[in-house]
Design a protein around this ligand. Structure first.
Ligand code: SF4
Length: 361
């Protein structure tokens, strides 16, 4: 099929197949992909507003049995620097976030075999009791799979119990590439493709707001990247009418510094700016039913972040007061609230501060 026909299908919001997506990814000039992605951005989010937010990442624990080969953050239980964050530590971090006008914690961390469902429900309840307006964007499908196994419960039961305890939204963490071939190499002990999608399906039924992610630029093929996008789109297409489903999609590039993937397998990050821009544009084109595409300015930096806004992205994410997982693998970009807004303006857009549900505030 010639490229013009694929462009026409894309701007008519006709779902593209994997082979059509691969054809666009590999054959279309990047400026044409950017043009089509921009048209689609205007269909989904008319105007010039670019979203950003203030939140804070706090890691619940760095103990994790998963030992993903791209992760420098996790520790074994017996490590000298293993930790579980204490309530006084949460309090000081939340107070600091509130002083910077933030109201959401992104709670992530390792899958610590000692921590069960009760630990998380106690934690969420305690934090909500101390800070009733605090929003908790916490855990992710791999943790839900782990807790469901540990508690002999279904994904739905675990999610329902966590929501009752205070979970406000579920990050799309741990998606990496939704291909079991890739997952066997990068995250063999973590949720399978089917499990990751299964948790999200249940979250969508419960109308829990969710996000979707992709970590690319390691051992995956272009076809596997496109399959990942098609799997997300297919799941989004069966979410109950009127439910949140995937509010946003955030692709981010593998950071290789000090990782097992680099040191033991010799896999360097294939990240480069043209490929990232192509990835943002193709995400907008394939994901015809996900409204928001976020460029991960934390991992790609200011210049590529700005260019992404001309390639289909309509959001630059959070200023992220604290972040440890990508920063220990080589990403050192940091922006404060004024810098974030200045970057959006410099790119020719209007900053719109938002909450986790992508509502402007
Ligand atoms: S990426 Fe997450 S699940 Fe994987 S080893 Fe690191 S902390 Fe554990």
């Amino acid at each position: 099929m010639i490229l013009e026909q694929l462009y026409e299908k894309a701007v008519s919001l006709v779902p593209l197949s994997v082979s059509e997506g691969v054809a666009l990814y590999t054959k279309a000039p990047v400026e044409e992909l950017m043009f089509i992605a921009n048209e689609l951005r205007q269909i989904h989010n008319p105007g010039k507003t670019v979203g950003w937010m203030i939140d804070r990442n706090v890691n619940i624990t760095n103990v994790c049995f998963s030992q993903c080969t791209f992760c420098n953050f996790c520790r074994k239980k017996a490590s000298d620097d293993a930790y579980v964050t204490s309530i006084p530590e949460y309090i000081s971090k939340i107070d600091e976030m509130i002083s910077l006008d933030g109201d959401q914690l992104l709670l992530q961390g390792g899958m610590n075999p000692d921590l069960g469902l009760e630990f998380y429900t106690d934690l969420f309840r305690n934090l909500k009791k101390l800070y009733p307006t605090l929003k908790l964007h916490a855990l992710g499908p791999p943790e839900i799979v782990h807790l469901a196994r540990k508690e002999h419960a279904s994904f739905s039961e675990v999610l329902r119990i966590l929501v009752e305890a205070g979970l406000d939204s579920l990050p799309g963490a741990g998606a990496e590439i939704l291909s079991d071939r890739v997952r066997r190499i990068v995250s063999p002990a973590k949720a399978s493709t089917e499990e990751w999608l299964g948790v999200m399906k249940e979250a969508h039924k419960l109308n829990l707001p969710t996000s979707a992610t992709m970590m690319f630029g390691h051992v995956e093929t272009i076809e596997e990247r496109i399959e990942h996008l098609v799997r997300l789109r297919d799941l989004q297409s069966v979410k109950p009418e009127g439910h949140f489903g995937f509010i946003t999609f955030i692709p981010w590039a593998f950071q290789d510094e000090g990782t097992v993937l680099l040191n033991k397998r010799g896999t360097r990050s294939s990240y480069n700016a043209p490929d990232y821009i192509r990835m943002i544009a193709i995400s907008r084109i394939i994901l015809n039913n996900i409204k928001n595409i976020q460029a991960s300015i934390l991992t790609v930096g200011k210049d590529i972040g700005m260019l992404s806004l001309h390639a289909g992205a309509n959001d630059l994410g959070s200023i992220m007061i604290e972040e440890n997982v990508v920063s220990v693998a080589g990403s050192h970009n940091r922006f404060n609230a004024s810098e974030m807004q200045a970057i959006i303006k410099e790119a020719g857009f209007v900053p719109g501060r938002r909450n986790q549900k992508y509502e402007l505030i």
